[in-house]
Ligand binder design. Structure first.
Ligand SMILES: [Zn+2]
Length: 540
């Protein structure tokens, strides 16, 4: 028995032992899930992308780095724990890899079984007592698909250029280990500047809205600032030598300058040491302002009036956009100082951090990349999807193909077709008289290429289709289903083929229709269960 599908993942092994490597599912922006092996590094999950194009990685470890970027090993962005890349595999991806292997083995087994009976049928032809009819080849089952999401906070390390995404606040670059806390705050400062500009663009009749926008911007600076100090402090606490005494719960200690200072003093560090007396005074006033804006509807109370010269008891506290930006700057100076402390005192390279502040690194739209397919194979896949009328097993003729790609040699086209066939997007039958085999599109092609070629997405359409099917009983016909959902044939068929691949083959009425991948199917309760779970997984 040959394991054609399984072997496509083979990277080594001998005899009956196959060593497989399953590619990790990627997020829409091409990042992969990673999960810190350190169980105390809450929330553990992050996503890792590629290096920003054109970024020149230094030849030697910079003083802020702890790991040579681009070499094996990953740094936990939350705890700086270094581990093997494989130790960072996300549990969801491990489960996905198992499903992919099970799918490939299942397809191989079904094909082998089909071949076996075809062989018996051939050998027994002429025997009048035994008649075998093997029927058509089993319908190609599309590969399982896994949805992976990007995370809200996306960063590109300014030391090594690696692109990644985290939840909330992380401290270190997962590739080079350099402290990246200043990048978080720089991003925050950019957002606050945009909020202030938005408020400034409003006319006098929208004064209330402008005040609210500025109030939010002010609050956001402070929240991010306090969260940063707290995260760094807790990291330092977690990394004390074993046997160190318990620390009191942090609570809201970092909402107050003196109390926060006292906490950091446990480590002989003052986060405010780079601030002038004026800046420290302004920081104090702004922390007070939050209390007034947030809890007192902007009306100054006695304790605030005591601190702020410009405030009179009972009057609305003025909020000026310029002041908020200045406040954000002071917080940023403090965070940069904390960041340098994490790098054993090596301060930021201000030229680069300034640049990232003014203009966040813009990612160029990447060329469509699908697995290991070459450029021509991707173009042919798109073309086949665009030119399909029924959205299911269309034949593609050699003439059409060579006409569509007149600048490509026949050898190149044959190579690209073989690539698409190897990855399961086409089915081919070799003909002696032709250089290019007879080609048929299979559901996998449409599921992969339709979103790019015809702007419909079978992987999300199938979810709507399952929702309709789950309201039904007994036998469901393809035609009636399509009429009910109201899609043209071209949109309906890829999603329909995808769906029936989840239904037990014995209940699929595969013969007797030239418009649809199957005439219909009988729905058993066990199919309902698998359809529902399948749709839930795609929906998540
Ligand atoms: Zn880095």
């Amino acid at each position: 028995m040959r394991f054609k599908n399984l072997e496509s993942y083979r990277v080594g092994g001998v005899g009956n032992t196959m060593q497989l490597e399953i590619p990790l599912p990627r997020t829409p922006d091409g990042r992969v899930y990673r999960y810190s092996p350190n169980e105390n590094a809450h929330p553990r999950h992050f996503v890792l992308g590629n290096r920003v194009e054109g970024f020149k990685v230094p030849d030697v470890l910079t003083p802020r780095m702890t790991h040579v970027p681009g070499t094996p090993g990953t740094v936990c962005p939350y705890s700086r724990v270094l581990g093997d890349d494989s130790a960072f595999n996300h549990p969801d991806d491990v489960a996905a890899a198992r499903d992919i292997v099970a799918h490939a083995a299942g397809v191989d087994a079904a094909e082998a079984l089909h071949e076996m009976f075809a062989d018996i049928a051939r050998k027994s032809s002429g025997n009048k007592y035994v008649k075998f009819n093997t029927g058509p080849k089993p319908l190609a089952k599309p590969k399982p698909r896994f949805v992976r999401r990007d995370l809200l906070r996306e960063l590109a390390c300014d030391e090594c250029g690696r692109d990644y995404g985290v939840f909330a606040i992380s401290l270190f670059c997962p590739d080079c280990g350099a402290p990246n806390i200043h990048l978080h705050f720089a991003r925050e400062a950019v957002l606050v500047r945009q909020q202030v500009e938005l408020a400034g663009s409003l006319g006098p009749e929208q004064g209330e809205l402008a005040y609210r926008l500025l109030g939010n911007a002010h609050e956001d600076v402070l929240t991010a600032f306090e969260a940063t100090l707290k995260t760094v402090y807790l990291y330092k606490v977690a990394n004390r030598p074993s046997g160190a005494s318990e620390v009191k719960p942090v609570g809201n200690a970092f909402q107050n300058i003196a109390r926060g200072q006292k906490r950091f003093a446990e480590f002989g560090f003052d986060p405010y040491r780079n601030l002038t007396a004026d800046q420290l005074g302004m920081l104090t006033i702004n922390i007070q302002k939050r209390h007034v804006i947030g809890h007192n509807l902007g009306i100054a109370d006695a304790s605030f009036a005591e601190h702020a010269a410009e405030a009179r008891l009972g009057e609305t506290v003025p909020l000026v956009g310029e002041d908020i930006l200045q406040f954000a700057d002071i917080c940023k100076t403090t965070v940069d100082c904390v960041d340098a402390w994490l790098a054993d005192g090596v301060a930021l390279n201000h030229a680069s951090s300034g640049k990232s502040l003014a203009a966040p690194i813009v990612k160029a739209l990447p060329e469509l990349k699908i697995g290991e397919l070459g450029k021509l194979a991707v173009r042919i896949g798109l073309w086949a999807s665009q030119n399909s009328e029924s959205g299911f097993e269309d034949f593609i003729s050699e003439d059409d193909l060579t006409k569509a790609f007149p600048d490509e040699s026949i050898d190149n086209i044959a190579f690209a077709v073989a690539e698409l066939a190897k990855d399961g997007y086409l089915r081919t039958d070799h003909l002696i008289s032709r250089r290019i085999p007879r080609i048929r599109a299979v559901p996998e092609l449409f599921i992969e290429f339709d979103p790019h070629a015809v702007k419909t997405d079978p992987a999300s359409d199938v979810v709507s289709l399952v929702d309709v099917v789950l309201t039904k009983n007994g036998t469901v016909g393809a035609e009636e289903l399509r009429e009910e959902i109201g899609w043209p044939l071209r949109r309906f068929n890829p999603a329909f083929a995808y769906m029936i691949s989840r239904i037990d083959e014995r209940r699929v009425l595969s013969a007797g229709s030239s418009d649809y991948p199957a005439r219909g199917f009988a729905l058993a309760d066990e199919d309902r269960v698998s359809l529902k779970r399948f749709a839930d997984r795609l929906r998540s």
